[in-house]
Design a protein around this ligand. Structure first.
Ligand code: PLP
Length: 391
């Protein structure tokens, strides 16, 4: 092993946790109020304000947020929902949970976002909704998608798992569609360990999401968490166990306060990477044009096996040997056996997603990275390329 191996392993997607949230969690534990309560409400209000949204309902994952949004949008058996071939499986699974059929479209090779013209091409009389995913934090072409949705009477549900800080020409991601779904999973830009949020415009939708997130209990049931004494509750719908707890919200409240500071840091890391790899034979991600606010959730290189003379798998392994964690976002949806069996999809039908899927490598992008960490990553990539090209 050469001398450039890091002392300690650089974890991919390591969260930045500070004293404030640690103390807040301890405070929650000492209060004895661990379930959904005042801190969840505080977090919802703070998030709603940050996103300039009408309503926010905290849940325990983005998967739950997507599932409930689709349900409340009235999507069900017989309906088709169009989404991208390049996303995490949860986007597809949520569509299947409500009994609808996911319909995939290929992506744009620059942004990795779904191509609106292919949405039109895949539309049938059963199409009811579109679920755009703002890939890596780069917003989809929402103007065109809104036009399409309006023209064909479709509902837009934004998967904002990568897009907490993302803005599209002054409009905040998650407030453009009828529903915006967020993830606070460990590796995301804001973490509550596990967690999610639904943003909606209409009060009745927010109320229904809230009901379905807690067993389908009537809204009064939420108040039974208050000090007003026992109130009998009623089940008014078939709900789920998707509520966020105050332990999670305790983390979220303080994570949200630092969201912009962390965003600035990731933007800095992004530009150091962009410069650091400028002379390398790898594809770099697209910088956002003016008017677009990138969420800088992922920084991915496109690994050209032919040009470098080393496979992506070997590269990932070489990074691991240098103590640097990497990841792949994603293997395209049609690569997975379950979906192939169930829907008959094959990767070749979505050539751009298939190509990206075979070449993409995500590098560490946590706000917690030091400058040295960032230079370690750049140095390792450059060195691996140099060694591969030399032999
Ligand atoms: C992480 C992620 C999800 C799922 O989020 P969870 O909070 O883990 O349920 C959904 N969609 C995308 C694009 C994601 O990256």
């Amino acid at each position: 092993m050469n001398g450039s191996r890091r002392e300690n392993f650089l974890v991919f997607g390591k969260p930045v946790l500070e004293e404030a949230e640690i103390e807040e969690v301890v405070d929650t534990l000492r209060s004895g109020w661990l379930g959904t309560g005042p801190k969840t409400t505080r977090f919802e209000n703070a998030f709603k304000e940050y996103k300039n949204a009408s309503h926010a309902v905290a849940v325990n994952s983005c998967t739950a947020a997507l599932h409930l949004s689709l349900l409340v949008a009235g999507i069900g058996p017989g309906d088709e929902v169009i989404t991208t071939a390049m996303t995490f499986c949860a986007t597809i699974n949520a569509i299947i949970y409500v009994g609808a059929t996911p319909v995939l479209v290929d992506i744009d090779s620059v942004t990795c976002n779904l191509d609106p013209e292919q949405v039109v091409a895949r539309m049938t009389e059963r199409t009811r909704a579109i679920v755009p995913v703002h890939f890596g934090g780069y917003p989809c072409d929402m103007e065109r998608l809104e036009q399409i949705a309006h023209q064909y009477g479709l509902i837009l549900i934004e998967d904002c798992a990568h897009a907490i800080e993302t803005e599209y020409y002054g409009r905040k991601a998650g407030t453009i569609g009828a529903f915006g779904c967020f993830s606070f999973y460990v590796t995301k830009n804001l973490t509550t360990g596990e967690g999610g949020m639904v943003l909606t415009r209409r009060p009745e939708d927010a109320e229904r999401v809230r009901t379905l997130a807690l067993h389908g209990l009537s809204q009064d049931a939420w108040k039974r968490f208050g000090n007003e004494g026992f109130k009998p509750y009623q089940v008014i719908d078939l709900g789920y166990k998707y509520n966020m707890t105050d332990i999670q919200a305790a983390l979220g409240i303080h994570q949200l306060r630092r969201i912009e500071r962390n965003w600035q840091r990731r933007r800095q890391i992004w530009s150091i990477y962009q410069e650091g790899f400028a002379s390398c034979p790898v594809g770099r991600p697209a910088d956002p044009p003016s008017g677009i606010r990138h969420g800088y959730h992922l920084y991915a290189l496109q690994w050209d096996e032919q040009r470098i003379g080393m496979s992506r798998v070997e590269f990932l392994h070489a990074m691991r040997m240098r103590n640097i964690g990497t990841s792949v976002h994603y293997q395209s949806i049609p690569c997975h056996p379950y979906y192939q069996d169930r829907f008959g999809w094959s990767p070749e039908e979505y050539p751009v997603a298939a190509r990206m899927s075979g070449t993409t490598v995500s590098l560490p992008m946590s706000a917690g990275l030091s400058d040295q960490d960032v230079w370690d990553v750049i140095g390792a990539v450059r060195q691996i390329i140099a060694e591969a090209s030399a032999c």
